[in-house]
Design a binder for this molecule. Structure first.
Ligand code: TEU
Length: 585
């Protein structure tokens, strides 16, 4: 194994720390209960101070908001309640003038059904844009009943096919029925996407894209049924057919050749359903010009059900360690690049999922996870609220407080299919509470004034504010030296100061089967770092490799060395949820 991962070529998007903003829930500037672009602009200095280099804004484009803006009706307009294109120009300038960059979400697997392209496409079978979307005739069963063209299940429950009365065909939608899939086989559609969704914003100065569902554009031409893995269900998960299809790499290369290569733009692709490192490497070679890096899904899939997401499964620490190790090491000896992340707008909060959100442990847990993430090779991504240790919503929130189409549709599906069976309903609520996307979508907690300082609308925000905002908020953590926020700020600075080892170093894991602790080393030339993390609420003893070479230590316990530790011995005691980073030589 070499000393550094992913080659040594330093590029701005490798060392840059990215912060993801979910516009609906970041900051409301005009008292309508919904976040907006001027609200984001008002917090740019907060992000600069945290050490953020790259701001990623989730979709702020015009949209009917069936899927919180991932259903775009016009790529060249801003959703009016969020602001205007001119506000975006101001945001771009606000970032650039502070030496920061701005990336947007590129959602081009599908549009909204309210997009002008789809309205044309559905207007008649002979419309020139008919073929910009995926239309198929029905099938008929033995009894002569009309059936969808395949048995595929959509991400948001039900079939992936919606019947269109007017033209008597089905159209494909992998997500909501209001999100028809674009037909990437059609060159005219591809060129329109490049112009409208990409060049329009790159020409205004944006610095790249997080690319939504980047591996689902090429669906093949066959459209076979998916294998039946859930015999009781009418529709089956079909990603083995539509993910990573035959022309995927060609399309990624074309995006670069025709558009991205003309700008110094970064790309990070969302890559679900791709557990094989070789397949991931096929996307991220620097020389091959497809994607700079991807979000591989193993880490966020941990604990999800296999046939349906909201069927929570217990997991053990070696699984997490195996995932981290795999996606740290897969670029060794290649010119690929990786990412370090464990939260985004589609996931439960990391403190609640991977550590402990119990009142006595949640601060330690947030800092322990920060220690881990800030030590990992790859581009580091932080999701809004992660820097203050926000946790999942309370378990006693009823389903009415949840707004996300994915969770709510699944809840209704289980309710119908089980006849509202109490045990099934408890399990689905447990699962939605731990894994649900709304956990990440509650308003950002700025201070302890009503509605967490997110909005001054008297009726409150568009979504209920977390009950714990008086305790977990930015203002409080800015006053406290030992806060999660202060810790993140320090760790980000530390990561940058030691970028050779922490951002670029090779990764080695120790005791992979240990179920309580996670110990790993990072190396670059003669320089080394060792990270030791306790993933339990009890004291654990760990062997710290190279302990005699330690020159510096940071950790999440503010009171320094515990008793009997100063001797420099190899064995160290880690207290509950303790995390330490040792710098060597
Ligand atoms: O998510 C795509 C995706 O692949 C899904 O797996 C998603 O993670 C889902 O929560 C899994 O259950 C992207 C966006 O991140 C998501 O917010 C959108 O809803 C989706 O695309 C459709 O655009």
């Amino acid at each position: 194994m070499g000393d550094s991962a992913g080659g040594e070529k330093k590029l701005w998007w490798k060392e840059g720390v990215v912060y993801q903003i979910y516009p609906a829930s970041f900051k409301d500037s005009n008292g309508d209960g919904l976040g907006d672009i001027p609200g984001i602009i008002s917090k740019i200095d907060y992000l600069k101070d945290l050490g953020i280099d790259i701001v990623w804004v989730s979709p702020m484009f015009d949209s009917p908001q069936v899927d919180m803006g991932y259903d775009i009706s016009d790529y060249e307009q801003v959703y009016r309640p969020y602001g205007t294109v001119e506000d975006m120009d101001t945001l771009i300038e606000a970032c650039h003038s502070r030496g920061m960059r701005l990336i947007l979400d590129l959602v081009i697997n599908h549009t909204s059904d309210q997009h002008a392209w789809f309205k044309e496409s559905r207007s008649s079978k002979t419309n020139p844009k008919r073929d910009w979307y995926i239309w198929k005739p029905p099938r008929y069963d033995a009894a002569g009943n009309r059936q969808p063209p395949t048995n595929w299940r959509s991400y948001f429950s039900g079939s992936t096919w919606e019947w269109d009365e007017h033209t008597q065909e089905y159209y494909l939608h992998l997500f909501a029925k209001e999100q028809p899939d674009l037909n990437w086989e059609n060159e005219g559609a591809r060129n329109a996407i490049y112009d409208s969704a990409m060049r329009f914003w790159l020409d205004r100065g944006v610095d790249g894209f997080r690319i939504d569902t980047v591996n689902m554009y090429s669906k093949g031409l066959e459209f076979p049924d998916a294998p039946v893995v859930d015999p009781k269900a009418e529709f089956q998960p079909a990603w083995s057919i539509y993910a990573n299809g035959p022309r995927m790499h060609e399309f990624c290369r074309e995006m670069n050749q025709k558009v991205l290569d003309k700008y110094d733009a970064m790309t990070v692709g969302e890559l679900p359903h791709t557990p094989d490192p070789k397949r991931v490497l096929d996307y991220v070679s620097l020389a091959d010009r497809q994607l700079n890096m991807v979000f591989q899904f193993d880490i966020v899939d941990l604990g999800q059900g296999t046939s349906a997401k909201y069927q929570f499964q217990e997991w053990k620490l070696p699984m997490l360690k195996g995932i981290v190790t795999k996606w740290q090491q897969f670029i060794d000896g290649t010119d690929g690049w990786t990412t370090a992340f464990c939260e985004n707008h589609d996931q439960g909060r990391s403190v609640s999922r991977y550590a402990s959100d119990a009142p006595e442990y949640r601060v330690l847990s947030a800092k322990m996870l920060a220690t881990m993430l800030c030590s990992l090779t790859g581009t580091l991504f932080i999701y809004q609220g992660q820097e203050i240790g926000m946790i999942n919503v309370p378990r006693d929130w009823p389903i009415e407080e949840y707004k996300d189409i994915e969770g709510v549709n699944f809840y209704n599906h289980i309710k119908e299919s089980t006849g509202n069976d109490p045990a099934a309903m408890k399990y689905v609520m447990d699962s939605i509470n731990i894994l649900g996307r709304d956990n990440a979508r509650v308003p950002m907690q700025w201070d302890d004034t009503p509605y967490a300082g997110f909005t001054d609308r008297p009726e409150g925000a568009w979504m209920r504010v977390h009950d714990l905002y008086p305790e977990i908020n930015v203002a409080k953590q800015q006053r406290e030296r030992d806060s999660v926020l202060a810790f993140w700020r320090d760790m980000i600075r530390f990561r940058k100061e030691n970028a050779d080892v922490l951002v670029y170093g090779s990764f080695e894991v120790f005791e992979p089967d240990n179920e309580k602790t996670f110990v790993f080393a990072k190396k670059q030339g003669q320089r080394k770092a060792v990270v030791a993390l306790n993933f339990t609420g009890e004291e654990q003893t760990v062997d710290v490799p190279y302990a005699d070479e330690v020159v510096f230590r940071v950790g999440n316990y503010p009171d320094g060395e515990p008793d009997g530790e100063t001797g420099g011995g190899k064995q160290k005691k880690l207290r509950a949820w303790e995390g330490r980073l040792y710098l060597l030589r």
